[in-house]
Each structure stands twice: as C-alpha cells, then as structure tokens.
Design a protein around this ligand. Structure first.
Ligand code: PAF
Length: 280
C-alpha cells in the first residue's frame, strides 16, 4: 500500500493504472476509520483494480470549530486497517495541499441540502461538495463509495454529480452497526460507557416505529417522544422524507421511497448521533 500526501504523487501513480485500463475506486474518508469504512474499502477492492482511500479532515464542512477540534485523528491506526482491507493507495493531503487558496465555490441543491442537516449545519453540505468535487477532479474515479449512514450526504452528492457531469458511479453501502444496533460512527469513540449504553435505543425505537400502523405524522411524533423519554437522549429532529429528493412527506401514500432521518444529542458533552430507517 502506498501512502501519498500530494496531488502530483497521486496523479503520477494513477496515470499508469489508467493507461493500463484499470478501474479505479475512491473511498473518501475523514479518518478515524471503523468497520463501516472497512466495508466500503472491501467493496471497492472487490469492484475495482485500484482502490484509493482519501483521509482528509475537511475543515470547510465543519460549521462548529469545537466539533472539528475534537474529531478523532488516528492516521497510523487507519493505515493499518486500510492495508488489511487491501487498499492500494492512501491519499492523506494537508489542508494547504487541498486548499492552496480559500475555496469560494458554492453549491446549492435544494431541497437535498436545505432540509434536516442542511438547515441545522449551515455550510456543511457546501463544504462536502467542495471537497468531494475536488477529489473527483483529482482522482477521476470510475466508482466512489459512501456509507448510507450519511443518508442525506449521498442525496446531495448525487445531485452534484448530475449537475457537474462527473462520470463516476456513486455506490451507496449499507450502514454497519455495532452488536447493540448503534450505527458505527467515528464519533462513537467520544461516547462514555453510560452514553454507549443508551445510544442503541435510537435504532431500537426507529425499528419499532415500523410496526405501529400510525399515520406518518403521528409516527414522527411517537419516535420523538419515545426517544426524548430516555434520560440522556434529546432529539434534534426526526423527519420522514422522500428517499431521493429528501422533501418532507405528509402521508405514507406521498411516495414509494420513504425514509425516516434522525439526529439525537447523546449525553452531557453532548455527542450528535445520526441514523435513519427505511419505511418503504
Ligand atoms: O462522510 C464523510 O466522512 C465526509 O463527509 C466525506 C465524504 C469524506 C467528505 O469529507
């Protein structure tokens, strides 16, 4: 496995692979890798001749400086995981390498980037589009792999790919969960033992909400009240939306692709956890 820090090193290596007609898979990450990331890398290794994993803690997508500051940084451990998964190239650039001048581009894909996370984290998806578009331009991958845990992010990236005409297949990969049901996330390492014990209630309650037979709006309210009743959990939003446009729905009959998306604050710090469930 080669570890490179500059765009020119990366492109020199990739030029040869592309000249040989090899398929290139890209797995963009911000490091602090866990089994969820490993599943994306393994999938890319199976699908492609060359897998590039980028590790870059992208400052432009953090609207809260404290969140960026406490984000775990574990490069050595990440590289060990990636070698075990069979990745060929790790691209770990500096901020100056990726942003030699401030990125002033703005992206706008409503409603995918204006609802839910988009409404609560101003600038977040703009930063995601800035970095992912740069990575697509630098790597020019045949396929790019994203975890469905960040369900809204995939919808925004799909819109960006269509808008800018990137010829890359976006491959969404299923959420990987801990045995408790908690969706794997780099932020889980920040949870105390007590917080880790209550966090799995989020997915438990989401699953139970599929069995209720209530109206869509009553189901939303039920999920919020059940989770808020648990000491240490505080729902920021629960929205049942169209799985493609992410537009809010009123009735179960409004779409045949329906997903419930949730963000919950857990514990005293608090740690912001996101998850989702598919209704149909
Ligand atoms: O999902 C993430 O980890 C990040 O948003 C991504 C796609 C790597 C862009 O920084």
């Amino acid at each position: 496995m080669q570890i490179v820090n500059t765009i020119s090193q990366l492109q020199n290596i990739l030029l040869q692979s592309k000249n040989e007609g090899k398929k290139v898979g890209l797995v963009p990450t911000m490091g602090a890798l866990h089994d969820g990331h490993a599943s994306l890398v393994r999938r890319s290794v199976t699908d492609n001749d060359v897998t590039v994993v980028s590790i870059f803690l992208n400052p432009t997508q953090f609207n809260d400086p404290k969140d960026l500051e406490r984000y775990p940084r574990t490069l050595d451990c990440d590289c060990k995981i990636l070698a075990q998964c069979g990745a060929q190239i790790v691209f770990a650039p500096s901020v100056a390498e990726m942003y030699p001048t401030p990125d002033t581009r703005s992206f706008s894909y409503p409603p995918t980037d204006t609802v839910m996370e988009g409404a609560r984290r101003p600038g977040h998806f703009n930063g995601v589009c800035q970095i992912v578009s740069k990575l697509f331009q630098i790597v020019n991958p045949d396929r790019a792999y994203f975890g469905e845990k960040d369900f809204q992010q995939i919808a925004v990236i799909r819109r960006m790919v269509a808008d800018l005409g990137f010829s890359v297949d976006i491959v969404p990969c299923p959420v990987v969960r801990e045995e408790s049901g908690l969706a794997m996330s780099s932020r889980n390492t920040l949870l105390s033992a007590d917080e880790k014990a209550i966090a799995p209630n989020i997915f438990r309650i989401l699953k139970e909400s599929k069995t209720l037979g209530m109206s869509l709006k009553d189901t939303e309210s039920w999920v919020v009240s059940q989770i808020n009743a648990i000491d240490g959990l505080d729902v920021e939003y629960y929205s049942i939306v169209d799985g493609k446009t992410l537009a809010e729905l009123q009735e179960w009959t409004d779409s045949d692709d329906i997903v419930g998306c949730i963000t919950v604050y857990c514990g005293k710090t608090p740690i912001r956890l996101i998850d989702h469930i598919r209704y149909k």
